[in-house]
Design a protein around this ligand. Sequence first.
Ligand code: NAG
Ligand code: NAG
Ligand code: NAG
Ligand code: NAG
Length: 285
Amino acid sequence: MALKIVFLGLVLFITPILCYKPVVLIHGVMTGSASMEMIKFRIEEQHPGTIVYNVNRFESWSSLETMWHQVLEIGMDIANISASHPEGINLIGYSQGGLIARGIVETFPNVSVSTFISLSSPQAGQYGAGFLHLVFPGLVKDTVYELFYSRVGQHTSVGNYWNDPYHQSLYETYSVYLPYINNHIKSAKSEDFKKNLLRLKRLVLIGGPDDNVITPWQSSQFGYYDANETIIEMKSQDIYMEDKIGLRTLDESGRLHVVTVPGVNHFSWHMNISIVDDYLLPYLD
Ligand SMILES: *[C@@H]1O[C@H](CO)[C@@H](O)[C@H](O)[C@H]1NC(C)=O
Ligand SMILES: *[C@@H]1O[C@H](CO)[C@@H](O)[C@H](O)[C@H]1NC(C)=O
Ligand SMILES: *[C@@H]1O[C@H](CO)[C@@H](O)[C@H](O)[C@H]1NC(C)=O
Ligand SMILES: *[C@@H]1O[C@H](CO)[C@@H](O)[C@H](O)[C@H]1NC(C)=O
């Protein structure tokens, strides 16, 4: 009897530690929630009781709808989820999903995220044939700016974060998403974007040199090309040095985790159990 009570006491004491705050998963471009099921399964298996929401909007071709449209629609869903979990949630976005997730964190003050994990997402943009050809096999990276940097080209998600280092003034003129959420272009929303991102308890940026799709791969950690395609790491970028969206503040307060994992191809991040065990679970709140 006494043993039973001790045991029960232990279980009650341990359960809150084993079980995380709810986790919301956002899938990548040209796929859907099914591609994120392994992560959901593994979290639930390792930490029973954790509620995992796997966003099933904008799957397959509709993942090409504009970034703002996806941010607003998925953001409304997550605001609802967040409202029923006032203790906060974890948010994990894979590939394009991580860039949608950041837009949501910056835009919705009523989405309360403790940990946000960006899993190989083009946070500083994309300039590479690998990614382009997933969606548009016929297009050429050197000239696709002519399409993307136009009003029509901005009707696709990929156009919204295409960041051509050789055509920066066109990028600034036409791109309606990335330069804004990066506070590269100041807007009426800039202060809110930063304030909202700074509410995070943890920002985890995961990427690696063998990704082969996110180009440059450092974009997953806010590094990017300069005008000559030389990589400038995050800490030497204006977005960090001038603390435009709060990255430096997050870093200086120990809340920014930059994680580099070699040996992982872009299509393996969300399929690899050791990535979940070693790089996702330890950061969940
Ligand atoms: C949010 O929740 C409310 C009330 O529970 C519901 O009426 C509404 O449709 C939900 N909205 C979304 C986007 O799920
Ligand atoms: C969250 O905020 C948005 C506007 O910022 C609002 O439209 C939405 O209804 C809110 N959702 C909840 C669940 O409070
Ligand atoms: C790019 O390279 C050219 C030739 O090497 C050089 O003249 C130019 O200053 C470089 N531009 C930048 C932005 O580094
Ligand atoms: C899985 O992830 C580990 C790192 O945790 C990496 O070393 C390994 O190469 C990955 N395997 C695949 C198939 O991507």
